[in-house]
Design a protein around this ligand. Sequence first.
Ligand SMILES: *Cc1c(COP(=O)(O)O)cnc(C)c1O
Length: 231
Amino acid sequence: MTISRNIEQINKQKTQAAIKAGRNPDDVTLMAVTKLHNVEEINEAVKAGIADIGENKVQELLSKHDDVLSVNWHLIGHLQTNKVKSIIDKVVMIHSVDSLRLAKEINKRSKQKDLVMDVLVQINYAKESTKFGIEADEAQELIREISEKYENIRIKGIMCIPPYEDNPEDSRKYFKKAKEDFENLKKKNFNDRVSMEYLSMGMSNDFEVAIEEGSNIVRVGTSIFGNRDYR
Ligand SMILES: *Cc1c(COP(=O)(O)O)cnc(C)c1O
């Protein structure tokens, strides 16, 4: 039962970090990131109270979807347009929207299924061309365009994956910037298809710092399930 013990421990850390920042711990969702972990492990996490799980690959999400106990699935990794169709009615939120083209496809497939998809816009604070996401100063324009064009999408906030730092304190500057951008976007006059509710940031190594800086969805894999076997 190490998974349930790990979750208990992380929830404690989550609570402490929130209280330290003067926040309500219940306002922060602990998402379990389940990539490369099997259905049995995932179900153990669900039984231990996890209600939201994140997968970063469509194929992997689909291969587990029907065998996992009832939870909210989130797509948190890069999404190719040709794969939108197969997940559109399987997830509650897509965290990785970074182009109008992808939004267009999400809108089209949502409409076909008569649903409205919640999405986050992924912002890249790393300035590395290998990472996905848009530049922070492009976010406003992308959100405005998506919200004006696509009626089957609701934009619910932003997501980011800062560069990995061994010392989580070194990630604080990215989280601060993301929070600042989040608050600025909140103040913009978008239409009612935009409500800036979620700031998805923080992983195993740095989720406490992310919570201190305002994250309300932390995406934790390794600290719950152990190391991933990448063979
Ligand atoms: C793998 C992954 C995580 C979790 O990373 P850990 O370091 O294992 O906690 C979070 N977010 C995304 C987008 C991921 O791909």
